[in-house]
Ligand binder design. Structure first.
Ligand SMILES: [Zn+2]
Ligand SMILES: [Zn+2]
Length: 467
C-alpha cells in the first residue's frame, strides 16, 4: 500500500491518510505499519529520531528527504512556539511544552476543498500561523456548522479521523470555502517572513537586522506581555486604533479585528517592524508599558528567561516610564476642578455612586494616595485604580456622569445600539476580552449615552442570535 505525500503535507496528516486506507486508528497506524509507538508520544512526528525516519523511508520506499520535509526536524523552535494560538494573548499566558493528544488546528477550508484528497499542511501545525498564504484568508478555527474547534488528533488517538471534515462526531460537516474571511496582505507577509526565520533558525528582519528565532519569540512574548496586562485594557485600544489607521483601514475596523489572536499579534508585529524601533517606542508609550527590566522579568516568569540578544535589541526602544502613580497624579493635577470644588460637588450630589467617586477624587486631588483613599472609603484599591484609569482614558465626565439604566432607552435607541453592538465582534469571554466597560464607553462616544456597564452588556446579550 502506497500513499503519496503531498507538497507541504505534515507527517501526521500523511499517517492519518495511510491509517484511513488501512482501516486503522491513529494510535495503531505507526505501530502496525512501522513499529513506532505513539501512545505516549502523540506528537513524535514533529521531530522523529533518525532511526524512525529511516524505518519510514525503508518501508515506504520514499526518500529520507521527503519524509523529513513532512516534519519540523530542520526547523528551529523555542519557548514552545509551536503550541496552539501561541502568539495570541491566551497562548502566551498559558505556555506549556507538553505535547497534545488532540490539538486545535485552524485550517484553510479553500485549500481543503480544492484538494483531491484533503491533507493538513505542515505550516498549519505551527501554532501561531494565522492565514493561508495561497488564498489570503484567515485559517478557519471552528466548524462553520456546529462551532466546534477543528482539531487534528495526535497520533495517540483511539478513533479514526477524516481530514477535511469537522471532527465533532455529531457533525462531521465537510469543509467548504464559503466561510473563509479575507486576511490583510501585511499579515500574510509578516507570517511568511517569520516562517522563513523559524525554518532557518536565524536571519535578517527588515528594520531589526539579524536575529535568531529564539530572540524573535522572546520579542513576541515581550510585546504580548505589555499589551495584555490588565492595566493596558483601555490604553491598548489607542494602539489598535493607530495600527488600523496606519494600514489605511476604516478606524471602525479596530472593533472587528480579533486582537488577542495570532492574527492580531501578527498585525501588531507587521506594524512594529515597518518602522523599527520608532514604533516600538511609540507602542510601549501608547500602552503605558512598564520598564524593560520589568517586562523581561515578566516574560521570564511565563516562559523562561528570554534570549540574551533580546535585551540588547530593545535597549533604548522601550521608554523608561514613570510609575503609574505619577501618571495618575499628572491627570489629577490637569483637572480644572480643584480638590475643594470636587468635594463641594460631592456634597451636592444626590447620586450615591457619583458622590462617592467625587469624594475619592477630591481626596486624591488633594494629594492623598490611592491606598489611603480606598481604606477611608472602604473600597478596594483596585476599584479606585480602575476609576483613575477610566478617568485618564475617557475624562472626568465618564466617571461622574449619570449612568443610565436600560429602562431610560426608548425602543429605537435600544435597537440602534444593539445593532451596533452586534456589528462589533470584539466581545468575548476571559481575561483578554473586550468587556462591558469597553462597550459602555464606546457607546458613550458614539451615541452620547453613558449606560451602566451591565446595561451595555445586556444590550449585547440581547443582540446574540438565539441558540
Ligand atoms: Zn488556502
Ligand atoms: Zn461541525
Amino acid at each position: 500500500m502506497h500513499v503519496e505525500p503531498n507538497d507541504g503535507e505534515a507527517l501526521c496528516s500523511w499517517l492519518a491518510r495511510l491509517g484511513q486506507r488501512l482501516g486503522l486508528r491513529p494510535v495503531d497506524t505507526a505501530l502496525q505499519a512501522f513499529g513506532i509507538e505513539s501512545r505516549h508520544r502523540p506528537e513524535w512526528w514533529r521531530r522523529p529520531s533518525s532511526a524512525e525516519v529511516a524505518i519510514l523511508a525503508r518501508r515506504t520506499g520514499l526518500a529520507t528527504e521527503r519524509i523529513e520535509a513532512m516534519t519540523l526536524t530542520a526547523w528551529a523552535h523555542d519557548r514552545s512556539d509551536e503550541r496552539h494560538e501561541r502568539f495570541g494573548a491566551r497562548g502566551f499566558q498559558s505556555q506549556r511544552a507538553r505535547s497534545a493528544t488532540v490539538r486545535p488546528t485552524p485550517q484553510c477550508s479553500a485549500c481543503l476543498s480544492a484538494d483531491e484528497t484533503p491533507f493538513i499542511r505542515l505550516e498549519w501545525m505551527i501554532g501561531w500561523v494565522a492565514v493561508c498564504r495561497k488564498h489570503l484568508t484567515h485559517l478557519t478555527a471552528n466548524c462553520p456548522g456546529c462551532g466546534a474547534a477543528l482539531n487534528l488528533p495526535g497520533l495517540s488517538l483511539w478513533r479514526p479521523v477524516v481530514i477535511g471534515r469537522c471532527t465533532s462526531t455529531r457533525c462531521e460537516r465537510q469543509m467548504d470555502d464559503s466561510h473563509a474571511a479575507p486576511a490583510l496582505a501585511v499579515v500574510s507577509d509578516i507570517q511568511a517572513r517569520l516562517l522563513r526565520l523559524k525554518h532557518d533558525g536565524a536571519g535578517p528582519l527588515p528594520g531589526i537586522g539579524w536575529v535568531t528565532w529564539a530572540t524573535l519569540v522572546g520579542l513576541v512574548d515581550l510585546v504580548l506581555s505589555a499589551l495584555w496586562r490588565s492595566r493596558a485594557r483601555h490604553p491598548r485600544e489607542r494602539l489598535f486604533r493607530r495600527i488600523v489607521i496606519d494600514n489605511g483601514l476604516d478606524p471602525e475596523q479596530r472593533l472587528q479585528i480579533d486582537w488577542p489572536s495570532n492574527y492580531g499579534t501578527l498585525l501588531v508585529l507587521a506594524w512594529l517592524f515597518a518602522e523599527w524601533p520608532g514604533r516600538m517606542t511609540e507602542a510601549m508609550e501608547l500602552v503605558r508599558a512598564p520598564s524593560l527590566p520589568e517586562l523581561v522579568g515578566f516574560v521570564g516568569k511565563v516562559g523562561g528567561a528570554p534570549d540574551g540578544q533580546l535585551v540588547k535589541l530593545l535597549a533604548g526602544s522601550v521608554p523608561d516610564r514613570p510609575p503609574i502613580e505619577v501618571e495618575w497624579r499628572r491627570w489629577l493635577d490637569s483637572l480644572p476642578e480643584t480638590a475643594d470644588m470636587l468635594r463641594e460637588r460631592s456634597w451636592r450630589e444626590f447620586r450615591q455612586g457619583a458622590s462617592e467617586r467625587l469624594r475619592a477624587l477630591a481626596d486624591l486631588r488633594a494629594g492623598m494616595d490611592v491606598a489611603t483613599v480606598a481604606r477611608r472609603s472602604k473600597l478596594r484599591t483596585t476599584t479606585v485604580e480602575r476609576w483613575l484609569e477610566t478617568g485618564m482614558e475617557y475624562g472626568l465626565d465618564a466617571l461622574i456622569s449619570e449612568q443610565m439604566h436600560l429602562s431610560v432607552l426608548d425602543p429605537d435607541q435600544r435597537a440602534v445600539i444593539s445593532d451596533w453592538l452586534e456589528s462589533v465582534s470584539r466581545f468575548s469571554k476571559g481575561p483578554n476580552a473586550w468587556c462591558a466597560e469597553h462597550a459602555q464607553h464606546e457607546i458613550a462616544i458614539r451615541f452620547g449615552i453613558l449606560l451602566t456597564p451591565s446595561a451595555a452588556h445586556s444590550l449585547y446579550r440581547r443582540s446574540l442570535p438565539p441558540r
